[in-house]
Every structure is written in C-alpha cells, then in structure tokens.
Design a binder for this molecule. Structure first.
Ligand code: GLU
Length: 284
C-alpha cells in the first residue's frame, strides 16, 4: 500500500506553497487507496517554534486534509538519529568540521544545486570534534556502496549523484541531526513508500538514496512536484509577502474551497506552477 507524508518545518507560518505540497501528498495517497501522514520536522532548536507547529496542524485541517496516524514530531526521535549517525561514524564516513559559513564561502569554488559546495577543508585533518558539525565523506561513502539509482515517478530513473551536494552535514551544532539524516530515517521508520516533496529539493534525494544504502533502509519511490512560483519565477516565501494560511483562515477564507482551487490549477493572480530551479533549497 502506498503511504505518503507532508513534513513541514515549523520555522514560520505555512503559506500557499505548503498548502500545495501538502495537498499533492495527501491526494496521491487518497487517489491510490493509500495512507497519508503528517510529520513535523521540529529538530532545529534555533528555528523551530511550537506555536507554528500547532498552527500548521490547524491550517491543514482547515484545508480539509486528513491523516491516518497521530502526528509524528521529529523531536521525539532524537535518539534514533544519534544511533544512525554513530553507525555511519563507525564506518569511518563522518568527519568533524569546524568551518564557519564565512570560511566556507571564502574557500568554496564550486556552486551546487543548494548553493556553494563545501570544499572539503576539514576532511582528513585532525579537527577537534568539540562542538563540531559532522560531515559525510561522500566520495568514500559512494565507493563503499557502489553505483545507486532511484526512481522519481515524474522524472524517471535517476543515477544517484550525492557528490553534487558535496560533503553534506549530517550532525549539526545547533540541531541534533541534519534534515538529510532525520528525513531519511523518518521516512523509513514511518513506512513511507512514496516521498513527495517540491522540485527544489530534488538534489537532496541523491543524498537520501546514499544514506538509505549505508543504513540498509528500504528504498521508496519519489515524486518531486512543481512549486508555486511568483511572477519573477521564485518560489513563494512568506518574507516576500505570500499570505500565511493562518491569516487567510482567520480572515474567514474557505480552506476547502482554496484547496479545490489549487487542485484544479485555479491559482491566485500572479502565481504559476513551475520547477523553480533557480531557488536554492532552504532545507538542506
Ligand atoms: N521539512 C522540509 C521542508 O519543510 C521537508 C522536505 C521533505 O519533504 O523532505 O521543506
């Protein structure tokens, strides 16, 4: 049976782009007689807000979406992220990194799909693990797993290219696990068979496929959907004036009708659907 999920990070209010993403995941499950789950990705201690998590649940109910299991809170699963990271560490594939963002920006020479690629400064060096971020040695990891593929039901079979993102962080200083590690483990734990997310996170799936191979996790299919874009081709963002769903809800807008409009492609003026490939991800 197919099982999908919507997994917002409660760093701010949900907007129409989130409504669209949630609806895609929900409707795919419903159309195929499967299940839909809601997971709140609340492990970033510096950005996650409990009030935003509660608000997101209200917003999704208002849109008429229903889920088939209690809401999963990532913050309840920290121990399993640590255990998986230890497993990858024991394979000799994680190394500590003390670089600041500014240092990386100064040293990086290559641009990846998610911004500058970490240039590997701390790899192979004797860096103190105290307060460090832990990065995945992607080249070694790929040598260990051999070539991998994954299947996006819209884009087709992909050759996994986690190297496109470089040595990503799996354990952060300010959060117990990175998005990549937590999302991959949770999708396995929750039995997600079809991972739906916006096309802006397409590249992240290369890394997730590698983590699945390293941790011997089941491999789902993926469905990277189009994004709601503004006139300038950038994806919607609350900071650029996209209305919060909560504001629409409190103003008396009919959430179910809004969801039906999005389903039917009746988009608010000035918005369109596209891949938004010029907008780097904020999740990785
Ligand atoms: N928490 C991520 C976000 O809000 C989820 C992305 C995913 O579905 O993997 O963008």
């Amino acid at each position: 049976m197919i099982r999908t999920r919507f997994a917002p990070s409660p760093n701010g209010a949900l907007h129409l782009g989130h409504a669209y993403a949630a609806m895609v995941a929900h409707d795919l499950a419903r159309a195929r007689g499967g299940q839909f789950l809601l997971r709140i990705e609340d492990i970033d201690g510096t950005r996650s807000r409990a009030d935003m998590a509660r608000q997101a649940v209200e917003d999704l109910r208002w849109l008429g979406l229903t889920w088939d299991a209690p809401v999963v809170m990532q913050s309840a699963r920290l121990a399993s992220y640590g255990a998986a990271a230890d497993q990858i560490k024991a394979m000799g594939l994680l190394y500590p990194c003390q670089c600041t963002r500014a240092q990386i920006a100064a040293a990086a020479t290559a641009q990846g799909p998610d911004g500058l690629i970490y240039p590997g400064t701390c790899r192979g060096r004797n860096v103190s693990p105290e307060g460090a971020a832990w990065r995945l040695d992607v080249t070694r990891a790929m040598a260990m797993t051999g070539p991998l593929t994954w299947d996006d039901e819209l884009a087709g079979i992909q050759t996994a290219r986690p190297d496109l993102l470089g040595d990503v962080v799996l354990l952060r200083k300010e959060a117990p696990a990175s998005y990549h590690l937590a999302a991959t483990l949770d999708d396995a734990e929750d039995g997600i068979t079809l991972v739906t997310r916006g096309f802006d996170l397409f590249a992240a799936s290369h890394v997730h496929r590698l983590l699945q191979a390293l941790l011997d996790l089941p491999v789902p299919r993926w469905h990277h959907h189009a994004l709601l874009l503004e006139n300038d081709g950038r994806k919607l963002a609350k900071r650029r004036g996209s209305p919060a769903l909560a504001d629409l809800r409190l103003a008396g807008v009919d959430g179910r009708a809004l969801a039906d409009d999005l389903r039917a492609g009746r988009l608010p003026a000035g918005l369109s659907l596209g891949t938004g490939v010029t907008s780097p991800s904020t999740c990785a």
